[in-house]
Design a protein around this ligand. Sequence first.
Ligand code: FES
Ligand code: FES
Length: 156
Amino acid sequence: MERTVTFTVNGQSRTVTTDPERPLLDVLREDLHLTGTKYGCGEGSCRACTVLLNGKSVPSCLTSVGDAGNQTVVTIEGLANGEKLHPLQEAFLSAGASQCGYCTSGMIMGAAGLLKEKANPSEAEIVARMQKHICRCGSYPRILQAIRTGISKGAS
Ligand code: FES
Ligand code: FES
C-alpha cells in the first residue's frame, strides 16, 4: 500500500507517495531524477548505489524508502559545495580514477562515509572499507590513490 514519505535529500525536503518498501535507489533515480546513484546488482554486492543516510554510507538498493523517512540522504549530486567539488571528487578527477565511471559515484560516497566516521583512516582501513565496492574496469590502484589524495586535501 502506498504511503507518503518525506525525507531530506541533498539539503531539500522531498516528499513521495509510494510503496514504502521500494528501494531508495529506485525512488532517487526514477522519482527524484537523481541518476548519479547507479544500479549495479540490486542485491548489495557492488555498492554502485552507495549514498549517505544520516552521514553513514549505505547501499541504497537495500534501503527501503520507508526507512529513509524523516532521515537525511546525500547523493553524489549533493556532495559538492555549490560550484566547488568535494576534495574526493577533485581527487578522482585528477587521478583519472575512472574508466567507464559506473562505479565512481558509489566509490566516492563510500569513501565519504568512511571519512565521516574517521577523519584520517589508515591504508588498511581504507582498503577494508572499499572492499565491497566493485569496479568492473579494475581501476582499484587509481581509486585508492584518489582517496588518499582526497584525504590529504582535507576531505571529510
Ligand atoms: S546496486 Fe546496490 S549494491 Fe549493487
Ligand atoms: S571505472 Fe568502470 S566500473 Fe569502475
